[in-house]
Structure formats: structure tokens, C-alpha cells
Design a binder for this molecule. Structure first.
Ligand SMILES: Cc1cc2nc3c(=O)[nH]c(=O)nc-3n(C[C@H](O)[C@H](O)[C@H](O)COP(=O)(O)OP(=O)(O)OC[C@H]3O[C@@H](n4cnc5c(N)ncnc54)[C@H](O)[C@@H]3O)c2cc1C
Length: 496
């Protein structure tokens, strides 16, 4: 009943909102829209949101599929906001998740803006063309185990949460260890089980029985992750988060952050601040629109979620270049990564139901579902030494694959990919929480190759510290920016 009223009202407003109708009232409808035009536009937007709210989820699914296939819908720049409560810089998985969670909790209570310089599919590239979307809990730090467990729960409930199916495929994850690192893998598995992740240690003999195609000559043990390990459709996750956030009323503006404006606050006492150079708070974001125009957005709170560009953005706020605490940079670098899709006509290759297998040197492979292809790469840093992608496969990937897959005689690469992600050069772990100098700047970046699977938990955590003033579900205090200042690294040993 409510739905039909909302739709018919929207139609009525659309009839009134004809360009000709507006033009007779306004001389210059670009810079100074006539008040009636502005009111009608606002009403129309509100009605659109009401309609979207009551639209069945299956329609949302179709929209997302269309965006995924054609990457055709630009980020909405028609509703430019000069002021907002929370400005999120970066609309990738982390920024979109933060927007989704903040708006889900606060609804009309907060005006939230996301600025993103690229098209909706993260970094302008479709994840569907990349072998990403792995989810595992095989970590050393409780924070990562817990975030990942929540990630799996969120993916499983993606239809309820986002109205789309993220196609979580729980085929498992198998980490292999040599004699040298077997003890560490054992210890990690115990911890993972204590925190509710189901992982199981298998001896080399059991591995051989279970996976006859696996060469276990140099393997001491394996750690198999059971039901909450697998992979998912990364595009669907990012677009699902973004579209749901938009539906809740988040404004996505296609623009690039090019700087900040500051406001001196001489009353604030802060290390490094003096009477000559008083404490200076972050006040406005300076953004460049797609047409080259520069505008500002005033914000109360800013969330930095710019992936591998985060260090540069932080520098715009004098982080890493200023006095006192500001001397400490945000240690995020762009890390190159290569991955390959290959096929093989060897008949005993791993079948459906094969987990993703990770070696202790960082090499991984898995079957690509029904396609019959396989995906392989290195999770750890790969130095290309200016080698071509083809040479890297021949010289590095293939010998490692043959060493592990005793049935592999030949492999033909059907697709190769060179991509990069945000890498925390300090301790290879995410950084989340407020900046110790700017109490209105929240950082959420550096998840070092885990940014997709951790994004549901990271977005939720950002909403907690902004709205509730503290972490409520998973305590992530130890992976905040402060550890950089007191020099307390939080190393993760995830084997890849
Ligand atoms: C080959 C490969 C395989 C991977 N596999 C997995 C996997 O299996 N599981 C997993 O969880 N993760 C995986 N990852 C990592 C994952 O892709 C990243 O960790 C994740 O995308 C990071 O999300 P993010 O939102 O922090 O950053 P991004 O996705 O990079 O988003 C940051 C956004 O900020 C925007 N931005 C930057 N600067 C500005 C600016 N000045 N103004 C406006 N916008 C700006 C960018 O355009 C970008 O869209 C993989 C990565 C690669 C390359």
C-alpha cells in the first residue's frame, strides 16, 4: 500500500519537474537554481529513496548484475554536498562498508558523503577478472581471526544484509608447512579453534590419502580450514555494499581528493603545537570534480579509506611531514601482485571440492569451479626484476606448481594479471581507528591483501567507534595508529 502511494507520488512529481516548467522560473538554473526547482528536486530525490526502500531485493540484484557486466553507472555527482557529518575518502570495499554500516545504524541521524575518483567497480577494474575473493581464518592474531569469522557470517547472510548473493563458495583452505614451520602452524590452529574458527591439522599421510594429487614429500603437516573458508564474488560484495549504502541515503560523489583545508584551534594543547604554530584541525576536503572544477566539502569527521593511495592522502593532512606526532607517516605502499589462470589436460588434476592450497613460500592455487581452469599466484611479495608476466610464470610459478602437484605435466596460461593492493610496510597488518593528532580523522586501510574479506568487520568497527565511541563487537585497539608511535608491531603470520 505504502509502496504504490510512493510510486504514484513520484510520477506526479516527475510530470511537474519537466525542464520547460522549470526554465520559465529560472534565469540561471545551473549556479542559482530557482527555489521551486530546488524544492521539487529535493522532493523527487526523497521519493526516489522511499521507492528504493520498498523495492523488492530481486530488482536490486538485477541492477548490480547490470553494473557488473557493463560498469556503466557513474558515481552519482548530481547531489553535491557542501557540508556533511562524515566524509569517507575512497569508495572501495572498506570505504563502502564504512558508509553502509554508519548509515545502517544512524539512518537520518548522519549525513554521509563518500568521495571516489573511479567508477563503481573498485579502482576502475572489475574484480571478476581477477582471482580475488578468498576468505580464510588461518591467522596468528585474534583480531584477524575474529574479523574473518564475521566476514564469513556476513557473506553467508549477504542476501539479508545487502539484498544480493555474494556467492560464497566454502570449499575450504589448506595451508602446508615444512618441518621448520610445523610448530607455528600447529600453534596457530589451536588459537584459531579457541576463537571459533574450525581448522584441523592433517599429517602428511592423511593429506596424501585425502588429496592423491598432492606431493607431500617435503610437507610435515597441513592445516585445513573447514566450513568458513572459501571464496566469494568480490564485485558483488563491493557493489552490494555501495548500493545498499546509497539506498540508505549515503551520497557518493565522483571526485578526487586533492587537499585539505585546516582550522587553527589555539586552545587545543597538542604535542608539536606552539603559540606560533597552533593546533590545526582538519576542516574541509578540497576535491576535484570530473569536469576539472575544484570544490570544498566541510566535514565533522573524516574516514581515510584510500587503499594503496593512503600514504599520499595522509601526507595532504601533514601526516608524515608535520611536527611532533605528525612526523610518523602512514606506512602504506602499493604492492604489485601477479596471478594466473591456467588449464591443463592432465586427467588427474584436482576436481571440484578442492580447497585453495597455500604453500609456506606463499604460492597458492585453486580450481576455478566448473570452468575446469586453475588459478595460481603468490600471496607474498613477488619481485618482478623487470621480467615479463610470461617469464614469471615459467620461472617462478610453474616450478612451484610442479613441485606440489605431482600430476601436472603441462599448463597453458589462459589469463594473467598484474595488479596491486595496499600493503602496510610496517607490520603487514590493517590500521584502524582515530589518528592521535586529529581526533576527527579515522583511518581504515592497509589490510595487505585481506581488504575484501575483512571489509564487513572493518566497516562495522568504524561505525562503532564513530557512533558509540568505542569498539563494541571486536576490540581492534591493538591495530590502531598508536602502535606506530610506540613502535609495537602487530605481525601476522598467515603464510601467504
Ligand atoms: C591479485 C590480488 C588478489 C587479491 N586477493 C584477495 C583475496 O583473496 N581476499 C581479500 O580479502 N583481498 C584480496 N586482495 C586485496 C584486496 O583487493 C584489497 O585489500 C582491497 O581491495 C582493499 O580495499 P580498500 O577499500 O582498502 O582499497 P581499494 O579497493 O583500493 O579502494 C580505495 C579506493 O580509494 C580511491 N581513492 C584513492 N585515492 C583517492 C583520492 N585521492 N580521491 C578519491 N578517491 C581515491 C580509489 O580509487 C579506490 O577505489 C587481492 C588483491 C590483489 C591485487
Amino acid at each position: 500500500m505504502i509502496k504504490s502511494t510512493a510510486i504514484s507520488y513520484t510520477l506526479k512529481m516527475n510530470k511537474l519537474y519537466r525542464p520547460g516548467f522549470i526554465r520559465c522560473f529560472s534565469d540561471d538554473n545551473t549556479n542559482h537554481p530557482h527555489p521551486i526547482k530546488r524544492t521539487l528536486k529535493l522532493l523527487r530525490n526523497d521519493m526516489k529513496k522511499v521507492k528504493q526502500f520498498f523495492t523488492p531485493t530481486s530488482e536490486n540484484n538485477i541492477d548490480i548484475k547490470r553494473e557488473k557486466d557493463h560498469d556503466s553507472t557513474p558515481l552519482d555527482s548530481s547531489e553535491f554536498q557542501t557540508h556533511c557529518d562524515v566524509l569517507i575518502i575512497g569508495g572501495g570495499s572498506i570505504g563502502s562498508s564504512a558508509a553502509y554500516w554508519l548509515k545502517k545504524k544512524a539512518r537520518q541521524g548522519l549525513n554521509i558523503v563518500v568521495i571516489e575518483r573511479n567508477s563503481p567497480i573498485s579502482n576502475g577494474r572489475a574484480f571478476s577478472t581477477m582471482p580475488v575473493g578468498g576468505l580464510r581464518q588461518q591467522f596468528f592474531l585474534p583480531e584477524n581471526i575474529e574479523m574473518s569469522l564475521y566476514g564469513a557470517e556476513f557473506m553467508r547472510n549477504s542476501k539479508d544484509e545487502l539484498g544480493v548473493d555474494i556467492n560464497f563458495d566454502p570449499q575450504g583452505f589448506l595451508t602446508l608447512a615444512s618441518e621448520e614451520n610445523a610448530e607455528l602452524l600447529n600453534k596457530m590452529s589451536k588459537l584459531q579453534n579457541e576463537f571459533g574458527a574450525r581448522t584441523e591439522i592433517l599429517t602428511a599421510e592423511r593429506l596424501k590419502l585425502k588429496y592423491p594429487w598432492l606431493n607431500v614429500e617435503d610437507v610435515a603437516i597441513g592445516c585445513q580450514g573447514l566450513e568458513k573458508h572459501g571464496w566469494f564474488d568480490a564485485d558483488m560484495l563491493v557493489l552490494g555494499l555501495r548500493n545498499k549504502a546509497k539506498e540508505y541515503g549515503v551520497h557518493f560523489i565522483k571526485s578526487e581528493l586533492v587537499g585539505f583545508e585546516f582550522q587553527n584551534q589555539p586552545d587545543v594543547i597538542m604535542e608539536g603545537a606552539t603559540t606560533e604554530t597552533p593546533y590545526s584541525a582538519l576542516d574541509k576536503a578540497v576535491v576535484e570534480m570530473s569536469d576539472g572544477e575544484t570544490r570544498t566539502i566541510k566535514f565533522a569527521i573524516c574516514v581515510l579509506a584510500t587503499g594503496s593511495n593512503s600514504e599520499q592522502i595522509a601526507r595532504m593532512a601533514n601526516i608524515g611531514t608535520g611536527p611532533g606526532i605528525l612526523q610518523v607517516p602512514l606506512p602504506i605502499a602499493r604492492r604489485e601482485n601477479f596471478s594466473y589462470t591456467f588449464k591443463s589436460d592432465d586427467i588427474n588434476m584436482p576436481g571440484l571440492g578442492t580447497p585453495c592450497v597455500a604453500d609456506w613460500n606463499g604460492m597458492y592455487f585453486r580450481r576455478d569451479g566448473l570452468t575446469g581452469n586453475y588459478i595460481a599466484g603468490f600471496g607474498t611479495n613477488m619481485k618482478s626484476n623487470n621480467e615479463s608476466k610470461e617469464r614469471i610464470f615459467e620461472n617462478t610459478i610453474l616450478p612451484n606448481l610442479i613441485r606440489r602437484l605431482n600430476v601436472l605435466q603441462n599448463a597453458t596460461v589462459t589469463e594473467s594479471l598484474e595488479a596491486s593492493y595496499e600493503y602496510n610496510v610496517y607490520d603487514e597488518n590493517g590500521i584502524i581507528g582515530t589518528h592521535p593528532y586529529y581526533n576527527n580523522l579515522y583511518i581504515a586501510t592497509g589490510f595487505s591483501g585481506l581488504g575484501l574479506q575483512q571489509s564487513p568487520a572493518v566497516g562495522r568497527a568504524i561505525s562503532e567507534i564513530i557512533i558509540d565511541g568505542q569498539f563494541r563487537t571486536i576490540d581492534l585497539t591493538r591495530i590502531g595508529f598508536d602502535r606506530l608511535i610506540v613502535d609495537r608491531p602487530m605481525y601476522e603470520y598467515s603464510f601467504m
